[in-house]
Design a protein around this ligand. Sequence first.
Ligand code: ADP
Ligand code: MG
Length: 389
Amino acid sequence: MAGPLVTCENLVKIYKQQEANIEVVALQGLDLEVRAGELLAIVGRSGSGKTTLMNILGALDQPSAGQCSVAGHALTRLGERERNAYRRFVVGHVWQQSGRNLVGDLTLAENVGLPQMLAGVSGGRRARRSAELLERVGLGTMAKKRPEQLSGGEQQRGAVAVALANGPRVLLADEPTGELDAQTAAGVVALLRDLTHTLGLTVILVTHDPAVAAAADRTIAIRDGRTSTETVRREQPAPPQTPMTPTEARLHGSDHQASEQSASAVIGLPASTHRESVLVDRAGRLQLPEEALEAVEFAGRAELRILADHVELWPAGTRPFAADEQATGTAVIGLPSEVYRETVVIDRAGWLQLSEAALDRVPFGRHAAVRLAGDHVELWPLGVSSGGA
Ligand code: ADP
Ligand code: MG
């Protein structure tokens, strides 16, 4: 199978504000993979780096460090001409503000024709393609209308048609439904979903709205310029009575109830339809969800117990460790399964870094399921990989 269409590795973006002599770290080592044909939602508080990431993916801005590849284009190595061609043909944009998407003086058809004209498409073909695209986004009868004659939802549908004018592989939409009511927003997202199916389009969508995120195949939460958690839509909703998969059964154990509630803490989607995991980057960094930090008081450090198939995090000094487990960083031979112990630092936002020993022993891949186990927290590998790797 082909690799992911979009790959970002260790992206860093530092904005330098000359006059104030301040540096703002907008992205700090962000990893991301997106499959072709996927509808990916990105959520995160204001200032978390979402727009910065979208600008880099759109080749409107360059990262300070790290790599990013989209449909085979290495974005840090594009020359000026390649960069222009990339922006024109490989990615399309939909912005939150209609004024940025559509030219007010032009009709919808002319708006869709404009990017094609810039790409050198002849008049006849332009008109045909514009009509076809407007039909596809549900505005077939509105071709002659100007933006001001359209509703907010129609304007955003029009913006999608403009973004698709030159047949991009990837659509980048930064809060496209931010100014729409819930029902209209749902219609626009349903359109984007439909386009991933009918055109094989890949859509990356920034949103604040849990309902919009719920319609995505996958939702990534960004915190402080890094990917924090991932929420995947289940192929089939899991009714409460449905038997769990072996992995889930192991994960949830007797604390099924607690895990159920915590299954999608970040964007507030029900566990019956969505599965949440924390993302583990190449260096082993991950962020514990807020609820894990609330449930167990780590006070900045955790004792790690690395077992054969999962990792336990205990507040330093609290776990009644067996005497034969006392030595830090050593394997305890002779136990049913060897146990390694070490101490890690957990910062205020819940970020920690797993050691190589932990990563070697427990096959996390890029995802870990978090289980709240009362007096400690457990990290388990996730049976189902969904990161496109
Ligand atoms: P989001 O879209 O998640 O709200 P942004 O990517 O716009 O976040 O911004 C991330 C951080 O980078 C914020 O602290 C923001 O103030 C800062 N930032 C964004 N653009 C610039 C810029 N051009 N110059 C300086 N700082 C910037
Ligand atoms: Mg933004």
